[in-house]
Design a protein around this ligand. Structure first.
Ligand SMILES: [Zn+2]
Length: 420
């Protein structure tokens, strides 16, 4: 649908926007219960709001919790209505690496060699062979002192550039489109206050993935288990036969977890137990355990294992008590997305229209899309062209960012042909 001049123009728009967005420090902070968790996120949200206004959109809403929702009205002839679809990106960056004074480096006509970032840091094509796919093209890297913030400002720039193009081409027929920007994705609590009742969308796409062509429509099922060990304390000099040590019980519990089912021993579709935090004393100790698996039956099985280890240890440590508190955190989004097969069919067709074959990946973690799925809106995740997230080695391929924005446009056109 776009000619080569329009594609060039879109690429320029994406690059400008991206460079502007990454310079704003939007690192989130999972220790702060306020929403958003850091004031820098407001700066980017307000910038996006202003830019949406400049594009010409009228329906723009930034609420008190930092959720920005804007709408592009339908261009369909009177009497026709297509399903509403949405596109979403998060404005924060991860706490793993500083996002302050990001100084992006633009590498034009990349020559295939190692890229010096600054100081002692080098982005090597040996350890990053994907770089070699972009010889002759434009890459964006860090200067070695911060992360880049392609996660997820690449997604934000792509959505904004696609919205700008579409709004200025009212001859392109499409239904109503929702653009959604959220804070605090990296803290895992970014969707807690999401005003889902405001959305009209039948489905959404998060623009928050990585390498060209990759799409995520599956993530872990996740549960958190807090195990409390209660001991029986006596003076250590006269403890024989009657003291029960909660620390010892917790240690015994940990030693019984299968080592082969840990994050460090699994990949692909294998799930795990992960002891994440332990606190306490001989009187009382608490262990936090994460259970993760793509199949819900395997979460149930591991829950039973945890409960039976607790029961056995209570028998061994007579007088000690062990309580198990189990909570589901999120579910595999596959089940929600499968209920509306058009969501993935349209995505594959739109990608094919711009010469991309979609490859389905699985996320060994969660996403905001998974949270939105659980709220009733199927939401797979699409590549943005970024790599090596949360690190000084983060980089993005500009041509792929442009393809991601074109994919947004294609999706909008294809959904516009459906009847609501
Ligand atoms: Zn992200």
């Amino acid at each position: 649908m776009m000619n080569s001049n329009e594609i060039k123009e879109m690429e320029r728009s994406i690059l400008d926007r991206f460079l502007r967005y990454v310079r704003i420090d939007t690192q989130s902070n999972h220790h702060n219960p306020e929403k958003p968790t850091t004031p820098g996120q407001w700066n980017l949200l307000k910038m996006l709001k202003k830019e949406l206004h400049e594009i010409g959109l009228k329906d723009i809403d930034l609420d008190q919790n930092g959720y920005l929702i804007a709408r592009i009205p339908s261009t369909l002839p009177a009497g026709r209505k297509a399903p509403v679809i949405g596109f979403m990106a998060h404005v924060d960056t991860a706490a793993d690496m500083s996002g302050k004074n990001v100084n992006p480096q633009i590498i034009e006509h990349y020559d295939g060699n190692d890229i010096p970032l600054g100081g002692e840091w080098v982005l090597s094509s040996d350890t990053n062979p994907e770089l070699l796919k972009y010889q002759g093209q434009t890459l964006i890297t860090t200067d070695g002192t911060t992360l880049l913030g392609a996660d997820d400002k690449a997604g934000a720039a792509e959505i904004m550039a696609a919205a700008e193009y579409l709004f200025h081409h009212p001859e392109i027929e499409h239904g109503e489109i929702e653009l959604i920007f959220t804070p605090d994705e990296e803290t895992g609590t970014g969707m807690d206050l999401f005003p889902v009742s405001k959305l009209h969308a039948r489905c959404c796409y998060t623009m928050d993935g990585g390498e060209r062509g990759t799409v995520d429509a599956e993530c872990f099922n996740a549960a958190k288990v807090v195990i409390t060990f209660t001991g029986v304390m006596y003076h250590l000099g006269s403890a024989r036969g009657r003291m029960v040590n909660a620390v010892t019980m917790a240690g015994a519990f940990l030693s019984l977890l299968p080592q082969a089912e840990s994050p460090e021993a699994t990949d692909g579709r294998y799930g795990y137990y992960c002891p994440l935090e332990i606190t306490g004393s001989a009187e009382s100790a608490q262990l936090t355990l994460y259970l993760r698996d793509f199949e819900i039956e395997e979460i149930d099985r591991r829950r039973k294992v945890v409960e039976s280890i607790a029961a056995v240890l209570e028998n061994i440590y007579q007088g000690g008590k062990i309580s198990v508190d189990f909570k589901m955190q999120y579910l595999n989004m596959r089940e929600y997305i499968r209920k509306d097969p058009l969501v993935m069919e349209k995505l594959e067709e739109a990608a094919a229209n711009i010469g991309i074959i979609v490859s389905n990946e699985i996320i060994r973690g969660g996403t905001d899309g998974a949270r939105l799925c659980a709220m009733g809106i199927p939401t797979p995740n699409i590549f943005t062209g970024g790599h090596n997230y949360h690190s000084r080695y983060e980089w993005a391929a500009l041509p792929v960012m442009t393809e991601a924005a074109r994919l947004i446009g294609e999706l909008i056109v294809l959904w516009g042909k459906e009847d609501e």
